[in-house]
Design a protein around this ligand. Structure first.
Ligand code: SF4
Ligand code: SF4
Length: 409
C-alpha cells in the first residue's frame, strides 16, 4: 500500500496586511485539515519564530515578520490554545524583540514572549541521532505540548536554505550553536540538523514567504518579494517545496535527503519533479496554489560559505572559527553570591567560591544563561580574539575618519 501523501499548502499573500494575512492563514490551515487537527483547547503551544540577531527591523526580512506572527497567534488563541512565543536572542546587543516589533505584538495579544535562555535548557537524549546522542534544548520548547514552527524563506550560506528544519537550530544554547558550527563540518552538520529536528518534530510549520531573502542569507542577503504563505505538518516536505519554487539545486540541501532516508520527513529527488511533474505529488501533495504557477523566477542562491569547507582543512576551519567565539567572564568585584547564575546553568559549570563565583571553562557551553540571569552585571561577555581585534580596528578607523572630517571643517 502507498504511504499517505504529505500535504504542503501554498497560497498567495502579496503583503503583510493584517486582514488578508489572517484570512489566508485560516485557509491554509483548513487545507491541511483544520486547526483542530493540530491544536486542542487548553494545550500549551510554543510558537518558535526565527529571530536571528543582531537586532533588525522587520523590513530587512531577517526575522519572521511580527505581523505574520500576530495573525498566527490570533488563530491559535481562537482555537483555545495557551500560547507562548519566542526564540533565543542575545540582549546585550539591544532588545531585538522590540526592534523587530515582536515585543509590541505579544504585549498587544497578551501572550508571553520568551527569550529561551531565560527559562534555560535541559539535557536531552536523541535516540536515533546520527552525530548527536544527547544535547541541550530549550526547556520552553521541549516541554511544550505542541510546537508551531514559523520559519521564514531565506537562503543560508552554510546549509543553502534556512526554512523549517534549520529553524530548530535556534533551540540550542548560543554557545552550542557556535560550537557545533565549528565541530560538525560539511555533511556532518546536515546530519546534526536532522538529529535536532527529529528530537523536536514540531507539529505544524507555517513559513513566512511573503517577503523572503535571497543572496547571502540568513542575514546579509536581499529581501525578495515572494508573495506566498506555505504550510505543512512536515517541515522536510515544506523545505523541499520551497527549494523547488526557488529553483535551488536540491543536492545542496543534504539534510532533506538524509531526513527522508532516515524516515524523518518527506523528500522527493529533484529529477523526479523535473522530468515528470506528476511524480511530485506522488510523495508530497501540493494543495492550494499550483506549484508551477508560483515558481520564483531568477531567485539568487547564496554564493556560499559552504564551499569554504571544501577548500580549507577541517582543523584550520575549527581553529579560525573558534577565535570568533564569545565566553562568559565573572567580574568578582560585582558578584554578591546570589547564585542566580548557578540555578540556571545547565552544565553545572558555576563554581561557588568564598567571595564570588567562577566558571569551569571545560564544561561551559557558552549558552549565556548566567549572563542573562545575573542582575548585578557581574557576568560579562568576553568576545573572541578575532572579534575583539576587528572591533578595535573599526573603532580606530572611525576615530581617524572623525578627526579627518573635523580638521577639514
Ligand atoms: S548571578 Fe551574578 S551576582 Fe549572583 S552569584 Fe552569579 S555572578 Fe554573582
Ligand atoms: S557557565 Fe554560563 S554560559 Fe557556561 S554553561 Fe553555565 S550558564 Fe551557560
Amino acid at each position: 500500500m502507498q504511504p499517505p501523501l504529505v500535504k504542503v499548502g501554498l497560497l498567495p499573500c502579496p503583503a503583510y496586511e493584517k486582514e488578508h494575512l489572517y484570512q489566508t492563514l485560516k485557509k491554509i490551515i483548513e487545507l491541511l485539515g483544520g486547526i483542530d487537527k493540530f491544536i486542542k483547547p487548553e494545550q500549551k503551544v510554543f510558537v518558535k519564530v526565527n529571530h536571528l540577531p543582531p537586532p533588525s527591523p522587520a523590513e530587512r526580512a531577517i526575522v519572521t515578520h511580527p505581523v505574520f506572527i500576530e495573525q498566527v497567534v490570533t488563530i491559535l488563541l481562537e482555537a483555545g490554545a495557551k500560547v507562548r512565543v519566542g526564540d533565543d536572542i542575545n540582549l546585550s546587543q539591544g532588545d531585538g524583540f522590540a526592534v523587530s516589533g515582536l515585543r509590541q505584538v505579544c504585549q498587544r495579544l497578551g501572550v508571553k514572549l520568551v527569550n529561551l535562555r531565560e527559562e534555560g535548557f535541559r539535557k536531552v537524549r536523541i535516540s536515533n541521532g546520527k552525530v548527536l546522542t544527547q544535547t541541550y534544548l530549550a526547556k520552553a520548547i521541549y516541554e511544550a505540548e505542541v510546537i508551531v514552527n514559523l520559519p521564514n524563506f531565506k537562503t543560508h550560506s552554510l546549509t543553502c536554505f534556512t526554512g523549517a528544519v534549520k529553524n530548530m537550530y535556534g533551540c540550542l544554547p548560543e554557545g552550542l550553536r557556535s560550537r557545533y558550527h565549528r565541530e560538525f563540518l560539511g555533511e556532518r552538520f546536515h546530519s546534526l540538523l536532522v538529529d535536532l529536528y527529529s528530537a523536536l518534530k514540531p507539529q505544524l510549520h507555517i513559513m513566512d514567504a511573503v517577503v523572503g531573502m535571497e543572496g547571502e542569507g540568513p542575514a546579509n542577503g536581499r529581501p525578495r518579494n515572494i508573495g506566498l504563505i506555505m504550510a505543512s505538518a512536515d517541515g522536510v516536505a515544506l523545505d523541499r517545496v520551497a527549494l523547488s519554487l526557488a529553483g535551488i539545486d536540491i543536492n545542496e540541501a543534504l539534510y532533506l535527503k538524509e531526513a527522508e532516508e532516515r524516515g524523518v520527513g518527506k523528500y522527493i529527488p529533484d529529477d523526479q519533479d523535473r522530468t515528470n511533474p506528476k511524480r511530485f505529488p506522488a510523495g508530497i501533495q501540493v494543495v492550494g496554489e499550483k506549484l508551477s504557477s508560483v515558481k520564483i523566477p531568477d531567485f539568487v542562491p547564496s554564493s556560499s560559505f559552504h564551499y569554504i569547507n571544501k577548500w580549507v582543512p577541517d582543523f584550520l576551519f575549527q581553529l579560525i572559527s573558534g577565535l570568533f567565539n564569545s565566553r562568559p567572564r565573572v567580574n568578582p568585584s560585582k558578584c554578591c553570591l546570589c547564585l542566580a547564575c548557578q540555578r540556571v546553568c545547565p552544565t553545572g559549570s558555576i563554581l561557588v567560591g568564598e567571595k564570588s563565583v567562577s566558571i569551569k571553562k571545560r564544561t561551559c557551553i557558552s549558552c549565556m544563561c548566567c549572563h542573562e540571569a545575573c542582575r548585578y552585571n557581574a557576568i560579562q561577555v568576553k568576545r573572541g580574539i578575532i572579534t575583539r581585534s576587528l572591533i578595535a580596528i573599526l573603532k580606530k578607523i572611525r576615530g581617524f575618519i572623525s578627526s579627518l572630517i573635523m580638521s577639514i571643517l
